[in-house]
Design a binder for this molecule. Sequence first.
Ligand SMILES: [Zn+2]
Ligand SMILES: [Zn+2]
Ligand SMILES: [Zn+2]
Length: 160
Amino acid sequence: MAATRHDHRRCVSNALGAAALLCRRRGARLTSLRAGVLEIVWRGHAPIGAYAILERLRREHGQAAPPTVYRALDFLLAQGLIHRIESMNAFIGCPRPAEAHGGQFLLCTLCGTAAELADKRVEAALTTATARAGFRVEARVVELRGLCRVCTAAEARHAG
Ligand SMILES: [Zn+2]
Ligand SMILES: [Zn+2]
Ligand SMILES: [Zn+2]
């Protein structure tokens, strides 16, 4: 769960609203299953694995076959509504799905949250550097591991 105190229901409703709007504009079909998977991914700010998503889907919506869930995840990834955190083999909702971007993540090793940075300068620097190296990028997700602001503060209180 998110360590920072905030009204998470708003994160969820914003994300689901933006997804519906974006899909309508693109002519992509956000079926109830796809929306259900997106809602499960958005339950927290910690990345969630496909298996955990499947478990929740089964518990709440009855039957759900693994291929269905994988297809829904592929759809959400293709629409930029979620990102895959490769190192954890897990998924996280994207707060800015309308803008094309790779994603830069601050992964907290203590509370498990993943905060997304969307620094255009980092994106631009990567584009330039990879082009210079003659490298064709297929996945561009930057993952940084460490302690989030809240956990850092908690640790400082502990030490002091
Ligand atoms: Zn939230
Ligand atoms: Zn994003
Ligand atoms: Zn943390």
